[in-house]
Design a protein around this ligand. Structure first.
Ligand SMILES: Cc1ncc(COP(=O)(O)O)c(C=O)c1O
Length: 419
């Protein structure tokens, strides 16, 4: 650790050494029974020489074990000298200029402390809550001693920065306190999810970084225990099949009608669902949930309203795989969304028809047939503990994009299609 530290003092511009120190620090802390990770922030010129540690004022900001004041102070000074310089930065001249100007911009941030932005401030600046928090954090004049190893783009592979620039790396931040935590949200993620729930008509919405695949896994696991039966279409997406493997649920398949003119499968009908429920009842069983794919990959919608009514009369929750239908309900000529037709759980690939980044999706819940705590636990088991904030922010941004004009944001495209 000491050797690395001395190496760092001698080569302050080498981005990997900071990361190596972090790794050693964490191992040291772990061996002492703490989970260590820390970050130094150049608050202001005066602030650095006194204490460079960002978690000075709020206990929430203490990430793991705090380095001693002495080590913190010294590292902060080294970090100041460690900004990328023209001689040592790994990017080419053009990129160097761009990243230097970004860093210069960061210097103008004089805020003394990191704050979790409250939603009223966000409203004022008209930026969606999580986007706003990510922007503020990226602009912070901070030296990072945390993952990811590209160190806000300083160590990013040049083949990729040539393609997409450094800005995506600058905003590719981990679970910093001011960015909130996906699994216990109480700041900008909570605000962003609440806004999404309002827009999509849900009781509660969860942002997903593992696509609808993850949402479908969670929905089935939250409704079906091992050995219980799930009614679902025979042509369901593979994620529904793997959800049964994960949950231990047993399938009761419904075969959708086949349209030979179009050579595609249709949806499932309320009478098919009723028949499946009755057949199970005759065997002394009750379905744990009914799973509907609507729309299908080919755009076929089922009568989710009637299916929901029927299932609710048996107290059976309805899960809708709405991976291809995140846009439904946002134009008078489109079918209503699954939630607006009474579904209990709807999983939407926001990244498919809407405009968020690939892999970002949403899980919505409505009604009180499904235990929300159980959904949270399932999602925690299924999702990465290092969710991408770029994906999460893209969900927030997409929600804001629709919120600007929810009834007509697709008008131009639909008019063009229906011409
Ligand atoms: C009907 C259906 N459901 C679920 C999924 C899974 O969605 P994702 O790719 O967001 O995990 C897909 C993916 O194509 C799909 O077609």
């Amino acid at each position: 650790m000491l050797a690395l530290y001395l190496l760092y003092v001698q080569h302050p511009n080498e981005p990997y050494i900071g990361n190596l120190i972090l790794i050693c620090w964490q191992h040291l802390c772990l061996s002492l029974g703490n989970k260590g990770s820390f970050r130094l922030c150049r608050r202001s010129e005066a602030g650095i020489s006194q204490d460079g540690i960002t978690d000075q004022q709020s206990p929430r900001r203490l990430i793991g074990w705090r380095p001693s004041q002495h080590l913190g102070r010294h590292l902060a000074k080294v970090c100041r000298a460690a900004e990328p310089t023209s001689e040592t930065h790994t990017l080419d001249q053009g990129k160097k200029k761009a990243s230097m100007s970004l860093i210069e911009n960061c210097r103008s941030v004089t805020k003394d402390d990191i704050v979790i932005p409250d939603s009223s401030a966000v409203q004022q600046h008209k930026l969606p809550p999580l986007v706003s928090a990510l922007k503020a954090s990226a602009e912070e004049n901070a030296a990072s001693f945390h993952f990811p190893g590209h160190n806000r783009g300083r160590a990013a592979p040049s083949s990729l920065t040539q393609l997409i620039g450094v800005r995506p790396f600058l905003h590719d931040l981990p679970e910093l306190p001011e960015l909130d935590n996906l699994f216990t949200p109480e700041g900008p993620i909570l605000d962003a999810q609440k806004e999404a729930a309002k827009l999509f008509g849900a009781f509660e919405t969860w942002f997903l970084v593992g696509g609808s695949t993850c949402g479908i896994h969670a929905a089935v696991m939250a409704t079906c225990s091992p050995g219980e039966t799930l009614i679902l279409p025979r042509n369901c997406h593979i994620s529904a099949t793997s959800a049964m493997v994960l949950s231990g649920a047993l399938p009761k398949y419904i075969s959708p009608a086949y349209n030979f003119d179009w050579d595609i499968a249709g949806g499932i009908t309320p009478s098919q669902v009723e028949k499946a429920i009755k057949e199970l009842e005759m065997e002394g069983q009750k379905a744990a949930a009914v799973f509907v794919t609507s729309p299908t990959y080919h755009g076929i919608c089922s009568d989710v309203g009637s299916i929901s009514q029927l299932c609710h009369s048996h107290e059976i929750p309805v899960i809708v795989d709405e991976a291809h239908g995140a846009h439904l309900g946002f134009h008078p000529q489109l079918p209503r969304s699954a939630l607006h037709q009474g579904a209990d759980l709807a999983v939407q690939s926001t990244h498919k028809v809407l405009c968020s980044l690939t892999q970002s999706s949403m899980l919505h819940v409505s009604g009180n047939l499904v235990d929300r705590e159980r959904i949270c636990r399932c999602l925690q088991n299924l999702q990465s503990t290092s969710p991408s904030y770029l994906l999460l922010a893209s969900l927030d941004a997409t929600r804001a994009q629709i919120s600007e004009n929810p009834k007509n944001f697709l008008t131009k495209q639909l008019n063009w299609l229906l011409r």
